[in-house]
Design a protein around this ligand. Structure first.
Ligand SMILES: O=P(O)(O)OC[C@H]1O[C@H](OP(=O)(O)O)[C@H](O)[C@@H]1O
Ligand SMILES: O=c1cc[nH]c(=O)[nH]1
Length: 513
């Protein structure tokens, strides 16, 4: 054991940094774990070590920002540093990587160590990859859901039913939560909606809502705001509701993967933790979506329903069209503007309003607000009457945003480029996954102005030279990269257009490269 004085490092990262000499004295290498202890205050956390020769001087321990949120160290405070045992959860992760099955206790141990930052980013990625490749069965998924809930805070409400909705994502432009939640709340129901940020997409609901108001709240605040306004739309990652969820999603985001078992647990843990009784799940189905065909969609729906039964929630699922973006906008500001326009009563074509009112309609029927088969109509009436817009303003206000915001106040990035049709014909291919990659390369979701506006969707006729879609970015170099990505991925095909020309000396030239 050695004693070191704290140096606070304002870096949004987990763990500690030790001078190599102190690491040697303690007996740890890069990636090992230490226990940092202040006996007087009773403060003690485990952290993964990074070593340095220059950034941290001998006699000092650098404490990264996220770890210090739990340790609450002051600059210069003295801490005892000891080698920490290798967590047993790593053995469980290896077991899963070798194709084994988690028990309930093993799952809890892994989740607890993720939440307490005991596992390094590499170990969390190994857990996700092991579960992604070898899968989780329904028992393991239930264990994971319960572990995610029990390692965080839970909310309970005085009156019921509590309604909730969730989309598994995977379809670009899926801004429907900004319509579905206010419609349900305007019907007099409570819906404490927590969302994640983008996982495989260019803007998750939490990213979108953040363009209108703060989304980071404690569990208590979520409950109080929902009691007052009937609804919230907040970022689950900030609430300490199922805190493991966001840690897992952070590692899935760069890989653009959403492991099936973890997805079921991630969604249902958020519902269970807010005390939901009635849950509607949106499962987009399409060639480039997370679920490729209706059979797979029905299987996933059964799994959601079964998991709901195990946890005491009534779940209904909607298989939705996931072959084409929802509405015309992809990326934070473009999507928020489109959603607000729909709430303001603009004549937005098709998919956004239809999908939103169908999903909201299922919830209204489940809660007994509408007869079976009448929910969609009631949802549409609520939207058209302006009551959903009023409710959305109330939600924005209670979360600390400007309730008078108009759709036209939310503007796309100032750098844009139109992708025009090379030929006249029908749009026969508009690849969701490539559109998302282009929008992300343009800066989405971090740059709120970045994204894509689609003028012609699959099946639409386009004349030569007309724009098919426009790419927006907040920074010129991001737009350049997005264009380069677009040229490589060719996300759109117009019937009759030549896709590529391969000259006879192509192979010789490429071999020379
Ligand atoms: O990034 P991809 O994987 O498309 O989807 C992730 C999005 O889907 C869900 O939407 P909601 O919370 O039901 O609105 C998540 O919370 C997240 O916002
Ligand atoms: O909230 C969500 C949505 C999709 N997939 C997840 O893992 N979580």
């Amino acid at each position: 054991m050695i004693k070191l004085s704290a140096k606070l490092m304002d870096i949004d990262y987990r763990g500690v940094m030790l001078n190599r000499e102190d690491a040697r004295k303690t007996g740890v290498l890069d990636g090992d774990r230490i226990q940092i202890i202040n006996q007087e205050r009773g403060a003690s956390v485990q952290a993964v070590v990074t070593t340095t020769e220059t950034i941290i001087q001998e006699g000092t321990v650098g404490i990264f920002y996220v770890t210090n949120k739990r340790l609450d160290a002051k600059e210069g405070e003295t801490f005892e540093i000891r080698v920490a045992d290798r967590p047993v959860s790593i053995d469980y992760i290896k077991k899963k990587m070798d194709g084994g099955k988690f028990t309930s206790d093993e799952t809890f141990s892994v989740v607890k160590d993720i939440v307490n930052d005991v596992l390094s980013p590499g170990e969390v990625s190994a857990y996700i990859t092991g579960s992604y490749i070898n899968g989780l069965d329904m028992d393991e998924i239930e264990y994971l859901t319960r572990a995610m809930v029990s390692t965080g805070e839970q909310i309970s409400f005085g009156s019921h039913p509590i309604v909730d909705k969730h989309s598994i994502g995977g379809v670009p432009g899926n801004k429907i939560t900004l319509l579905v939640v206010p419609i349900i709340a305007a019907a007099g129901l409570k819906i404490p909606k927590t969302s994640s940020r983008a996982i495989t997409g260019a803007g998750g609901t939490a990213d979108l809502m953040e363009a209108l108001c703060p989304v980071s709240f404690s569990a208590d605040e979520v409950r109080n705001m929902t009691e007052k306004a009937g609804a919230v739309i907040v970022w689950g990652g900030a609430t300490n509701i199922a805190p493991a969820d966001d840690r897992i999603i952070t590692h899935e985001y760069p890989l653009k993967i959403d492991a099936r078992g973890q997805m079921l647990a991630s969604v249902m843990a958020k519902k269970y933790a807010v005390g939901a009784d009635l849950v509607v799940i949106d499962i987009p189905v399409g060639e480039h979506a997370k679920v490729r065909n209706p059979e797979e969609g029905r299987k996933l729906a059964r799994e959601f329903i079964e998991l709901g039964e195990r946890l005491g929630m009534r779940v209904e699922c909607a298989l939705t069209y996931g072959d084409s973006p929802i509405g015309h906008a992809i990326g934070v500001n473009l999507e928020v503007r489109e959603a607000l326009k729909a709430l303001e009563g603009a004549n937005i074509p098709g998919s956004l309003i239809q999908k939103s009112t169908s999903l909201a309609g299922i919830a209204l029927e489940m809660a007994g607000k509408a007869q079976n088969g009448e929910g969609g109509k009631l949802a549409e009436e609520i939207l058209k009457s302006g009551k959903a817009l009023e409710k959305m303003k109330e939600i924005i206000k209670i979360q600390g945003g400007n309730p008078d915001v108009k759709s036209d106040d939310i503007v796309p990035g100032s750098h844009s480029y139109d992708i025009n049709a090379p030929e006249s014909g029908y749009v026969v291919e508009l690849n969701n996954s490539s559109l998302i990659t282009i929008a992300r390369t343009a800066g989405a979701p971090n740059d709120h102005g970045a994204g894509i506006y689609i003028h012609k969707k699959k099946g639409n006729h386009v004349k030569k030279g007309e724009p098919i879609f426009t790419i927006y970015a907040d920074r010129p170099w991001r737009l350049e990269s997005a264009l380069e990505t677009g040229r490589r991925l060719m996300p759109v095909i117009v019937e009759g257009m030549m896709i590529d020309r391969i000259p006879s000396d192509y192979w010789r030239n490429s071999r020379q490269l």
